[in-house]
Design a protein around this ligand. Structure first.
Ligand code: B1M
Length: 230
């Protein structure tokens, strides 16, 4: 059967998930929206839709981009399809949050326009009950600092996907120190090229491997800070 004739509704869930991974790869946003809605309609949780269909689909895109099989225009189409699915899941993930447990300013650092992972972290944090101020991409130190002064969050999250942009996180942390703000805020960093040693080196409070770890770490460090303040 040709792809355009494929009825997603007729597929069993495992086949539908596999088809969605292919559709994401091909940048077919309408099909991703339809598949996401079908899975939700079948009772799959928003988190499971995200982690079983969308994120693994993007992983395949990432591997083929690295290997020179896919190029920027195709990756942009895939990213657009991913975002179309995330747009459906975002309010649903946010709904699951209980009372507000803290707030976070988050953004991708200067020179870097990757935002899918950062938006995923923002969504999961909202879902866990955090108020999230999402600064978007390409943030310089001033942008982070202005937002921190305005919103007074407990947490700052920084994302970088490029080895050339990750060192900028250190510049932001130095700027926080210069402004006397560093001790008032928990700094979490993440992004594919980072690791724990890097986070330690730049004096961030923690490296978060993925969005779930970001939520866990945020909760843990806020709790520690609050119990110390008592
Ligand atoms: Co780009 N890109 N890209 N790209 N891109 C990578 C990152 C790359 C690894 C691909 C590759 O070569 N294999 C490579 C970087 C190499 C390096 O530096 N080591 C690369 C490159 C080279 C580039 C360009 C330079 C390509 C070019 O122009 N020649 C260019 C740079 C543009 C710029 O930023 N200045 C570029 C452009 C693009 C697109 C615009 C086409 C597109 C971005 C679209 C968008 O984001 N709106 C794109 C994409 C999509 C990717 C890949 C394929 C996928 C990234 C992604 O969305 N992953 C990526 C390959 C890869 O990572 N495998 C690649 C899915 C996402 C869910 O995962 O972002 O890792 P991730 O987020 C995770 C965790 O890392 C963590 O949690 C998230 C969720 O679990 N996390 C955090 C992330 N941020 C966090 C913040 C936190 C906590 C956890 O704060 C608390």
């Amino acid at each position: 059967m040709a792809d355009e004739e494929l009825n997603l509704e007729s597929l069993e869930t495992p086949e539908l998930v596999a088809q969605m991974m292919e559709d994401l790869y091909d940048g077919m946003a309408a099909e991703i929206v339809q598949g996401t809605n079908i899975l939700l309609g079948r009772g799959m949780s928003p988190y499971d839709v995200l982690t079983t269909a969308l994120v693994p689909g993007m992983d395949v895109v990432g591997a083929d981009f690295r290997d020179g099989i896919l190029f920027v225009p195709e990756v942009l189409m895939a990213a657009k399809a991913m975002k179309a699915g995330m747009a459906i899941l975002r309010p649903l993930l946010a709904e699951t949050g209980a009372e507000q447990i803290g707030s976070m300013v988050i953004g991708t650092v200067k020179g870097d326009i990757h935002d899918i992972g950062k938006n995923l972290v923002a969504m999961m944090m909202e879902g866990a009950g955090f108020n999230v101020i999402n600064l978007g991409i390409n943030n310089d130190a001033e942008s982070y600092i202005n937002a921190i002064k305005e919103h007074k969050p407990e947490l700052l999250g920084m994302s970088a996907l490029l080895t050339t942009t990750m060192p900028y996180m250190k510049v932001v942390i130095q700027a926080l120190k210069d402004q006397g703000l560093r001790d008032d805020i928990i700094v979490l960093v993440g992004g594919a090229p980072l690791n724990e040693a890097f986070a330690e080196d730049i004096e961030a409070d923690a490296y978060c491997r993925d969005a779930a770890v970001a939520v866990e770490t945020a909760k843990k460090l806020i709790q520690i800070r609050r119990s110390r303040a008592k």
